[in-house]
Design a protein around this ligand. Sequence first.
Ligand code: HEC
Ligand code: HEC
Length: 228
Amino acid sequence: MDTRNLLVKSAIAALALATAVTSSYGQKQWNAPHIVTAYCSGCHGIDGNAQLPYIPKLAGLDATYTGKKLMAFTDPPSPPVDELYADAMKAIDGRKDKTNLTRNEQINMEGVAHAAKRELLQEALLWYARQTPVSARHSHGLAIQQGEKLFKVGVPAQKIVPCMTCHGPNAEGQREAPRLAAQNAEYIEMQLAKFRKGDRTHAPEMTMVTRDLDSDQAHAVALYLQSR
Ligand code: HEC
Ligand code: HEC
């Protein structure tokens, strides 16, 4: 069994356990580590530093932002949760590569957001907000430099505003704009592509920002952010 398969299996185990947790909620005292282990850590890690590059790190993310994000996952009326799980797991287990993954992953999170009780989710989000994000070290020196420039200065010729204006000078996040420092690069690139296509609807700012951003620029800025 390869690592990815193993992780998917542990996610399934976590989700199965999650059902048990939900049914006994109310009789038992569940603290944050219990909740996170039962529902989330199979994918996001116990300390929020997700190992798989396309799964977001949650460590250090402001709980107001993540709370809003989770509500957005439950936004459109969806089919029954059990169906969502079954579909998502089948799709993940059967996939050969990461093309076409985005919708499945969203389905996954819609399932999680529907199934887990609001109080439990809130506990999990507060837990993750308190964890320390671990940035990646790697050797993409030139791309990281280009990404840093884009983040701090933008591209005036393409009318691309510096990301820093909204996300803060150290990408630590401010107001509505989330923390991006140390986030997985692959996840960032996937989100930038979603914004550009208009697939993330609650973010008009980011749709504007990414309109003229080409894929090399998106790659560079994602590598820079991951290294922060
Ligand atoms: C089966 C794997 C899996 C499990 C279990 C899971 N997640 Fe996720 N989560 C994901 C993926 C994949 C995404 C990215 C979805 C996307 O691309 O839109 C995500 C996204 C998120 C986001 C949005 C992050 C951001 O930066 O915008 C939050 C918040 C989140 N998850 C919280 C949780 C919490 C809390 C739990 C446990 C209650 C949980 N997740 C369980 C896979 C999972
Ligand atoms: C005008 C303000 C503004 C600017 C400039 C801006 N952003 Fe954002 N960004 C936001 C807001 C607000 C959100 C939250 C959207 C949401 O709630 O879904 C966001 C979300 C994101 C996300 C999603 C993070 C996640 O956890 O899912 C990424 C990635 C991102 N921005 C990258 C960038 C990059 C790279 C740049 C520069 C090229 C940039 N942003 C410039 C306001 C901005």
